[in-house]
Design a protein around this ligand. Structure first.
Ligand code: GLP
Length: 240
């Protein structure tokens, strides 16, 4: 595991954006695994800039980690909406090559199988971006999630609902379930980059990097992956 500690959010975003554009340069038809939340907003901004400088997104395929159950693409807090706003509508990625679990289908279980199958058919993920929850979750894989899990319907932890309430008008509006790629789906990516900033992530980063490998801290499983880079700012890395 490679841990890079940088001074602030801007440097974290630059470091991660560099890794992504490097991946695209090496393999223009890469399969990228994408994350949402506050952490990658700066990365997506820089990727938009790289597009205006000539980086070509047209051959990429993307898979997002997760989506809220019950929020369709028109909902401003759905992850599909987030991705359109922060990246997809700003670069030349083909809409049909962008994948996000659909949280408004009738049969959620079938959607999970379909999603997992799509990743397989695309040849697996070359580079997976991750954020981390304050409780150590990756994607929406909350503490206790089995390491063997694939894309599934998950119940959000109370702490996650509270953390994410800042994006909604009130706590009651935060969905209580999501569809999320599983731990196994994430671990099958060939390369993984986890980014984190701010003191609220310091404990989770310490537990993920230096703690025991345990389902109690889902991100700790990354210690078992052969190609993982953590890019954290000083505050998030302060306990390392
Ligand atoms: C959300 C997402 C995760 C994300 C995490 C941290 O719940 N499902 O993929 O990494 O929480 O979010 P943020 O970057 O806003 O702190």
């Amino acid at each position: 595991m490679n841990v890079i500690i940088v001074s602030n959010y801007e440097s974290m975003s630059e470091e991660v954006a560099k890794i992504v554009t490097g991946q695209i340069a090496n393999k223009p038809n890469s399969v990228l695994g994408l994350a949402t939340g506050g952490s990658p907003v700066g990365v997506y901004k820089l990727l938009q800039e790289s597009y205006s400088r000539g980086v070509d997104f047209s051959q990429l395929t993307t898979f997002n980690l997760d989506e809220y159950v019950g929020l369709g693409e028109d909902h401003p807090q759905s992850y599909r909406h987030y991705m359109e706003e922060h990246l997809f509508s700003k670069v030349n990625v083909k809409k049909e090559n962008t994948h996000i679990p659909n949280g408004v289908v009738q049969d959620l279980q079938a959607e999970c199988y379909r999603y997992e199958e799509l990743i397989k058919r695309a040849g697996g993920i070359d580079l997976q971006l991750l954020g981390i929850g304050t409780n150590g979750h990756i994607g929406f894989n909350e503490p206790g999630t089995e390491f063997g899990s694939t894309t599934q319907v998950v119940d959000l932890a109370q702490s996650t609902i509270k953390d994410n309430a800042r994006y909604f008008a009130s706590l009651d509006e935060v969905p209580t379930q999501a569809l999320s790629m599983g731990i196994k789906s994430i671990m099958q990516a060939r390369n993984i980059v986890l980014m984190a900033n701010g003191g609220s992530k310091a404990h989770a980063i310490f537990a993920a990097v230096k703690g025991p490998v345990t389902p109690d801290v889902p991100a700790s499983v990354l210690q078992l992956h052969p190609s993982v880079t953590f890019v954290v700012d000083q505050a998030a890395g302060s306990k390392l």
